[in-house]
Design a protein around this ligand. Structure first.
Ligand SMILES: Cc1ncc(COP(=O)(O)O)c(C=O)c1O
Length: 396
């Protein structure tokens, strides 16, 4: 890979594999398990992550857009690809042409599939149980059953819903429990199809794992059936409930760069656009070649930290399109190593210092999902770990 700027996202496939085993291991092989690789696998590289998952024996992935699925197919991904967003007739044609599986969330989509299918199509049927985004109303279940029972073209394989408050899935009084009960009711209507039923996002999975560990699933809606799982954030190493709950996870992405130049400032001088930071003493400023065009948000100006020489150093002045500046005065004094110019924007340093994407999200007033998916296209992804070398081999 050509890289003239040493700014990159390091993707640790060993961490991905560990996270997958931590999440999937206790569930068992029979549980429906569909990692979400939409939005460029939450910024980690959708083709590479899907290929790595195949190498780990996982042959099902979820995307939002048809376009995302096409990209995976065109780059040799063989897995079953679930397309979650709705589609029109042209979209239906593409989904079938590329051997993907549609998640159907409206009546006209059934018609589109019937119109273009030349052989029977397997579908997942999405119900809106409280998210109020996509899906059929649960009261439509009996009519849908009639529409699909013995339908020669459209075959129901699974029922789907999406939790709006996954973090409360451990409470019988929470919204998730209400949603799961509603989907269970739908599943009873469709019993004759013997469908897979999937609903758990990362938070739902984490709660299920925690309750399983505590042998406390009995009598709970989370324990009522073998709920299918669609992990996103957790498989990339972040626990949406709390660190250590359910299982241990390790962040897969480290965002790294190298100091381009150092500036020596006299007390009273300012840094960057608008002069929003003034040196209170003679200072050394490191100019780092990553900016908001790479997904390091401008709102982090004067608010965040990075790791330099195993120390947390503050981001000073306004974050620019292509650069940000760090006050490294103390760090250089503490560790005057002339050859170490590495900067970790988020991740863990070799000395064990951590600046997490979660912390960056807090400083930005956003969520970890947004921090990860914001990392821009011009940041190369470099893969490491036992499976990294196999990614470029011809898929079997
Ligand atoms: C339909 C669907 N399932 C699963 C997920 C995964 O969610 P999470 O990243 O919270 O695990 C998402 C993400 O938004 C989603 O839209």
């Amino acid at each position: 890979m050509e890289m003239y700027r040493r700014t990159y996202a390091e993707i640790d496939l060993d961490a991905l594999e560990k996270n997958i085993s931590a999440l999937r291991g206790p569930l068992g092989d029979k549980t429906f398990f569909c990692p979400m690789v939409k939005a460029n696998a939450y910024g980690h590289g959708d083709v590479q992550v899907s290929r790595a998952l195949e190498l780990m024996g996982i042959h099902q992935v979820g995307v939002c857009l048809i376009e995302e699925g096409l990209l995976l197919r065109n780059f040799g991904v063989k897995s079953d690809i679930l397309v979650f967003r709705g589609f029109d007739r042209e979209g239906a044609r593409k989904i079938l042409e590329y051997n993907m599986t549609p998640v159907v969330s409206a009546w006209d989509q059934i018609e589109h599939l019937e119109a273009v299918a030349t052989t029977p199509v397997q579908i997942h049927l999405k119900f809106d149980t409280g998210m109020n985004r996509l899906g059929f109303a649960t009261k439509e279940a009996p009519k849908l059953f009639e529409r699909l029972w013995q339908n020669p073209k459209v075959r129901l394989k699974a029922l789907v819903t999406h939790l709006s408050h996954g973090e409360d899935a451990n409470s019988e009084e929470g919204r998730s429990s209400t949603q799961l009960r509603a989907l269970s009711e739908v599943a009873r209507t469709f019993k004759a199809f013997d469908p897979i039923v999937h609903a758990l996002n990362s938070a739902g999975i984490i709660h299920r794992l925690e309750l399983t560990k505590k042998r406390n699933l009995e009598g709970r809606i989370l324990g009522e059936r073998d709920w299918g799982c669609r992990p996103g954030l957790a498989m990339y190493g972040f626990n949406p409930v709390a660190p250590g709950v359910g299982c241990d996870l390790a962040p897969v992405m480290n965002l790294k760069s190298q100091v381009g130049v150092y500036r020596t400032l006299a007390q009273g001088e300012t840094v960057s656009y608008g002069g929003t930071w003034t040196a209170q003493r003679d200072s050394v400023i490191a100019v780092v070649p990553i900016g908001y065009a790479d997904g390091y948000h401008r709102i982090l100006s004067n608010r965040s930290h990075a790791i330099f020489r195993d120390q947390k150093v503050p981001v000073v002045g306004t974050v620019c399109m292509d650069y940000l500046m760090l006050d490294v005065t103390d760090a250089i004094r503490n560790k005057p190593d002339l050859n170490d110019h590495d900067v970790i924007l988020f991740g863990r340093s070799s000395g064990g210092m951590v600046m997490s994407a979660e912390e960056l999200a807090r400083h930005s007033g956003t969520i970890t999902w947004e921090v990860l998916t914001s990392i821009g296209e011009r940041v190369p992804r470099l893969y490491k770990g036992a499976k990294a070398a196999l990614l470029n081999e011809e898929p079997q």
